[in-house]
Design a protein around this ligand. Structure first.
Ligand code: CMP
Length: 135
């Protein structure tokens, strides 16, 4: 089934000038990019996006990091987009990610892990709406 997912290139990857490589990989994996924006979130916007993690001990640090520099958000479309993008990214912790995945190649810690992807159809809809709300 053709699905949509929300992908983010995080500030660590942007600072390392990996934006082009990650977008190339997305296209090579057969995704259609149907939305793309570079943004610099403020702290409140980062907190809003990660509200689901508000009770986690890493919430403050994660939202500081996600508001520390530019990010690129994208809407990706493909068969099984949600699970396929999660496979391409690899495990949340780069130390546990499979060789060849984006987080294994480009991430430096569980927080600075280069990329984000929605984890379910409900989350994908909510996350896409967060950045691409229809006027
Ligand atoms: P992401 O896929 O963007 O979703 C939530 C983020 O929280 C995750 O990637 C990590 O960058 C970050 N994070 C920081 N610490 C942890 C942790 N202990 N477990 C899971 N996610 C964490």
């Amino acid at each position: 089934m053709v699905e949509k997912t929300l992908a983010i290139i995080k500030p660590d990857a942007i600072k390392k000038k990996l934006t082009g490589k990650i977008i190339q990989r997305i296209e090579d994996e057969g995704f259609k990019i149907s939305g793309l924006k570079m943004l610099h979130l403020n702290k409140e916007e980062a907190k809003g996006f990660y509200i689901i993690h508000k009770d986690k001990q890493f919430y403050e640090s994660l939202t500081d990091f996600m508001s520390s520099g530019e990010i690129v958000t994208m809407v990706l479309e493909r068969e099984d987009a949600i699970s396929h993008w999660r496979q391409v990214m690899g495990a949340t912790d780069p130390a546990l990610a499979e060789p060849g995945t984006l987080r294994q190649m480009f991430g430096s810690s569980i927080e600075r892990n280069a990329a984000h992807g929605s984890d379910s159809p409900t989350t994908a809809e909510w996350e896409i709406n967060y950045f691409y709300k229809k006027e």
